[in-house]
Ligand binder design. Structure first.
Ligand code: ITT
Length: 196
């Protein structure tokens, strides 16, 4: 069984590989030219399914399992923004840095130094006969400065609950243990076992 990951985000690929040591995950970008997928769903789950289905169809093989991750950060002081728009918060094609500093500025504009926040990950699994979506969440605070360079995306401004450092500063093992992605992936592994 070939397990293909429908993402072109290098940070996600690195984390999936670390979290899936027992089996091989192949990013679809190693099998074909990456192509644009319009993520026009109104939930993380719908967008994860859109990505997984698009790559499954493009591969055109029956005996393949495709997994996709749609994720983002939701900040309480901003009414849950950017949420599903996290990747394009500073505009379509914005870099991780541009998104990060736009979010820092948006929180500062509310007149606070930090806000409760959480990450969500929806992982979709698509095979010839089945489609499933599982979720994971990580809670903590979004702060108004960037600290550290570990992780990716919004990690330098996110302090997980129970810690006093950002995911940019903490050892990678902390994120591996606590993250929205690792929690969703634990459930995804259960789904994968039912396919075998
Ligand atoms: P693919 O669609 O190709 O998977 P993407 O980066 O566009 O890549 P999403 O649409 O799911 O993926 O957007 C996720 C956004 O949320 C993106 O800006 C990430 O930087 C951010 N994000 C998601 N998980 C994160 C994490 O674990 N740490 C930091 N930022 C994260």
């Amino acid at each position: 069984m070939k397990l293909v990951l429908a993402t072109s985000n290098k940070g996600k690929v690195r984390e999936f590989k670390e979290l899936c040591e027992a089996f091989e995950v192949i990013p679809y970008t190693e099998l074909m030219e990456p192509f644009e997928i319009i993520e026009d769903g109104d939930t993380f789950a719908k967008n994860a399914l859109i990505k997984a289905r698009a790559v499954y169809d493009a591969l055109g093989e029956d005996d393949v399992v495709v997994m996709a991750d749609d994720s983002g950060i939701s900040v309480d002081a901003l009414g849950g923004e950017p949420g599903i728009y996290s990747a394009r918060y500073a505009g379509v094609g914005a870099s991780d840095k541009e998104n990060l500093y736009k979010l820092i500025d948006a929180i500062k504009e509310k007149g606070v130094k930090f806000s409760g926040a959480h990450y969500t990950a929806a992982i979709a699994i698509v095979t010839k006969n089945k489609e499933r979506v599982v979720h994971g969440w990580m809670y903590g605070d979004a702060i108004t400065e960037a600290r550290g360079d570990k992780g990716f995306g919004y990690d330098p401004m996110f302090i997980p609950k129970g810690y006093d450092k950002t995911l940019g500063e903490l050892n990678n093992n902390v994120k591996k243990e606590l993250s929205h992605r690792s929690k969703a992936l634990k459930l995804a592994k259960v789904v994968l076992q039912t396919l075998e």
